[in-house]
Design a protein around this ligand. Structure first.
Ligand SMILES: *[C@@H]1O[C@H](CO)[C@@H](O)[C@H](O)[C@H]1NC(C)=O
Length: 164
């Protein structure tokens, strides 16, 4: 099974094991002890709050300054930044013909899996650059904009339980 497929499967598993979105449950030791922790060096054991999201973007920018930058397209109703992580080889410069892709997740507050996938994808892309030819080629030839959360206010407020 491919790495991305494996990660997606693990995420679905994590979601089911944690009983859907309930921050208290998803971040609990039970979720971690279900065996879903580090995949390709990425911590997949829990959902991440707004502060974690900002921290991740800044950490990636500091660790991979040639690949990562981040910006905000504005603020939410409650004043949270609408963060976008930009990933590309030589991210500071863009040739006019370089295609741009934007991925937006978590448009509704309780749509949490896409948000988590965006955060994992950002980490995956930068970690694989230079060793994984497919990722290297992708970042060499495109400029990728990941917006993990269109609705950071909704995510912080969401409390949903699923019966599985
Ligand atoms: C990606 O770009 C770097 C820097 O320009 C270059 O050295 C490398 O060969 C490129 N790799 C691929 C797979 O395009």
């Amino acid at each position: 099974m491919g790495t991305v497929a494996r990660q997606t499967l693990l995420l679905i598993l994590m979601f089911v094991v944690s009983g859907g979105l309930d921050h208290a449950t998803a971040n609990s030791p039970e979720a971690a002890s279900a065996g879903v922790t580090m995949v390709d060096g990425i911590d997949m054991s829990k959902y991440h709050h707004y502060d974690d999201l900002l921290r991740l973007a800044e950490t990636l920018k500091v660790q991979y300054p040639h690949l990562v930058d981040h910006y905000s397209v504005g603020k939410s109703v409650q004043g949270r930044e609408l963060l976008v992580i930009r990933i590309s080889e030589n991210v500071a410069e863009r040739s006019l013909t370089e295609p741009m892709f934007k991925f937006v997740a978590n448009i509704h507050g309780d749509e949490t899996v896409g948000r988590a996938l965006m955060m994992f994808l950002a980490q995956y892309l930068v970690a694989q650059y230079g060793s994984n030819p497919r990722v290297t080629k992708l970042l060499n030839q495109t400029e990728i904009h990941l917006m993990p959360s269109m609705n950071p206010d909704g995510f912080e407020q969401a409390k949903v339980s699923f019966v599985v």
